[in-house]
Design a protein around this ligand. Structure first.
Ligand code: PRX
Length: 632
């Protein structure tokens, strides 16, 4: 069953995974259903990079998520869906029903011209149809590219064009708390500049009036009436692409991280089962959106591969009030609850009354993901939500890693607040110093790399393999570089300290500072911007923008509104700056490079020790910025 049952077993498994990784993963892979087994377990070279797991094997991941469970577990609930509005009924979809609905959706895709290898964009609210559409793509061998439905038309357009998608699936609108988001209108705007799109399939969810472009747009419910629910799964090669998911880096536009079928499947299930110590009767809820990697691996694939009941929530934690998460935990008797530190901090700030109205007695395991969890939030989560009896798994991983890499195994690994603790079997982390030398021993700190391949690792960045090599495999010879800083304590436990590159993590969402700068620069009054992150009580990091304006004597209230509008249009509302400071100059070196280190310090409010400023072209710039003049 691939389940680790004690900490001693963990250490044994870990040792095996390092001494003979191929044998280790072959054993794990045996439990899945394959059309053909592999000729070779692993072929790899981190210089290419080229990594192939289960080479020559044939499979379809949806047969493992669905068909495999039908005989013994067909009546078990696969997806338990909780709507935005608590007065609307929740929906239970059994494995048998899910199988049938995925097959029908697959036939809708095929009817609309989808073929194996096509890229299909999903821009949808958190309805069951999003999970179904994801699986339907996988069933017919199309590559899904889910775009979080909070991104703007411009972001959507860029992602559709980068992967040259031919179909987009969306909804008329989406409910988010009190708000209705007009998704189809956003798609229409994006599609003005997306020549590769031939069809747009629209789910009716909010009953918004939308325009349907004849020949291009079709209603999902009408299409479903025209198909049956028989759809044999396309047989895929283990290394065929399963999905592309866009994520931000320190430079350029977001890149499409590519994951493939076989290795991703094995690791998604293995990590799900072990980290959460999943039991067959568990009700499991991950509060992420499927638009992020957490939703891909730990709402859809991991739980369904394990035959679990996975809860999907359409709404937001604050609607109708800040007790909604706890309400859902009691209502559906959630046993495993997985969320982000930003949500924990936001709910903590709303007061304990929202928690105390609920029993929370079904909870057994709590999870955290997306950003470092500070000790205060950890203790609140542990004491008030877990009532001191639920282990917290602080799971460190990334879009690129496909699955959880460093985390306690619930109830087995001893816990230490703010530590992700130990690597999963098969994961070989190492810390490196600025010169790229591996830092050995314990009680050390450095940049976090992974020195051996794992099954669910990134294979390439869509359409630009060189970028994948440059970003992840070039900084340190022969190693995958995560972009994170990390401490390994005296017991060998890992603590992620945050990004060491120009990526900021706002409420668990990743942005490149350059990406936000480019958006702000589009405002007509802005000459140049520099964006940095700063500690934010709820969001983890906030966005601090220093802007040089053509006309610095602006009405600040309307300037902020305009900047927010510009950023919302170009990226999405989640990338709006929290603070803007209008400045006359930015601290630049003689070669023109902005010294962000100084700006970061000022943003953190630490102006006493700005370090060496002698290499600056104009050190007086710093004096002005330091005073906080022009800050709003
Ligand atoms: O900096 C780390 C942080 O989030 C980054 C990855 O972001 P993304 O690809 O969007 O994936 C988020 C969900 C897996 C990492 O480089 N991060 C993620 N989890 C943790 C974390 N930082 C500290 N502790 C974590 N548990």
């Amino acid at each position: 069953m691939n389940k680790i049952n004690s900490i001693d077993e963990y250490h044994e498994e870990y040792a095996k995974s390092v001494s003979d990784p191929e044998r280790f993963w072959a054993e794990k892979a045996e439990t899945f259903s394959w059309h053909k087994k592999w000729n070779e377990v692993l072929e790899w070279d981190f210089h290419g990079p080229s990594v192939k797991w289960f080479k020559g094997a044939k499979l379809n991941i949806t047969e493992n998520c669905l068909d495999r469970h039908l005989e013994n577990n067909g009546d078990k609930v696969a997806i338990l869906w909780e709507p935005n509005n608590p007065n609307e009924s929740s929906i239970e979809i059994t494995y048998t029903e899910l199988h049938s609905r995925v097959c029908a959706f697959s036939n809708v895709l095929k009817r609309n011209g989808a073929k194996k290898g096509d890229r299909i964009c999903l821009y949808m609210p958190m309805t069951p149809e999003l999970a179904i559409a994801t699986l339907a793509c996988a069933r017919i061998g199309a590559v899904h590219s889910v775009v979080f439905a909070g991104f703007s038309a411009r972001s959507l357009e860029d992602r559709i064009n980068d992967a040259t998608c031919n179909i987009v699936v969306t909804a008329d609108g989406g409910f988010r708390g009190e708000k209705i988001i007009g998704l189809k209108n956003i798609v229409d705007k994006a599609l003005e500049n997306c020549p590769s799109i031939e069809k747009c399939i629209v789910l009716k969810r909010t009953n918004e009036e939308v325009e349907m472009k004849s020949g291009r747009d079709v209603w999902l419910h009408e299409e479903l009436d025209r198909v049956d629910d028989v759809c044999p799964a396309e047989i895929m090669d283990s290394e065929d692409m399963l999905f592309v998911l866009y994520t931000s880096g320190s430079t350029g536009k977001p890149k499409g991280v590519v994951h493939t079928c076989g290795g991703y499947m094995v690791y998604a299930e293995y990590s799900f089962r072990n980290v959460f110590q999943y039991r067959d009767e568990d009700i499991y809820w991950c509060t992420a959106d499927i638009g992020w990697i957490t939703g891909h691996t730990y709402i859809v694939y991991g739980p369904l591969l394990a035959g679990a009941t996975t809860v999907m929530f359409e709404g937001v934690p604050s609607y109708p009030d800040a007790g909604r998460f706890w309400d859902i935990c009691d209502k559906h008797k959630i046993n495993i609850f997985y969320t982000a530190p930003t949500a924990i901090r936001a709910l903590q700030a709303c007061g304990i009354d929202f928690v105390n109205k609920h029993e929370l007695s079904s909870l057994r395991v709590l999870g955290s993901v997306g950003e470092p969890i500070n000790e205060e939030a950890w203790h609140w989560y542990n004491d008030e939500i877990g009532k001191g009896r639920c282990p917290i798994v602080d799971t460190w991983w990334q879009t690129e890693t496909g699955g959880i890499m460093i985390s306690p195994l619930a109830g087995l690994t001893s816990l230490k607040p703010s530590y992700a603790t130990l690597p999963l079997p098969g994961i070989q982390p190492c810390l490196v110093d600025a010169d790229g030398n591996e830092i050995l021993g314990n009680d050390v700190q450095g940049n976090l790399c992974i020195k051996f391949p794992w099954p669910s690792m990134i294979r390439t960045t869509y359409g630009d393999h060189k970028r994948c090599k440059d970003v992840y495999f070039s900084a340190y010879e022969g190693k995958y570089f995560t972009g994170d800083g990390c401490r390994r304590d005296e017991d060998g436990f890992y603590r992620i300290t945050g990004r060491v590159d120009d990526v900021i993590n706002v409420s668990g969402h990743r942005f490149g500072t350059a990406e936000i700068e480019a958006a702000i620069d589009e405002h007509e009054n802005v000459v140049e911007t520099a964006v940095v992150g700063y500690p934010h009580e709820i969001k983890g990091q906030g966005i601090y923008a220093y802007a040089i304006c053509h006309d610095p004597k602006v009405d600040m209230t309307s300037f902020i509104q305009e900047i927010n509008k510009t950023v919302t249009e170009i990226i999405g509302p989640i990338a709006k700056p929290d603070k803007i400071q209008i400045v006359h100059g930015l601290p630049k070196t003689r070669s023109g490079k902005i010294m962000r280190r100084i700006l970061r310090k000022i943003a953190e409010g630490d102006v006493s020790n700005l370090g060496d400023t002698s290499t600056l072209l104009d050190p007086s710039v710093v004096e002005e910025i330091k005073t906080g003049a022009g800050l709003v």
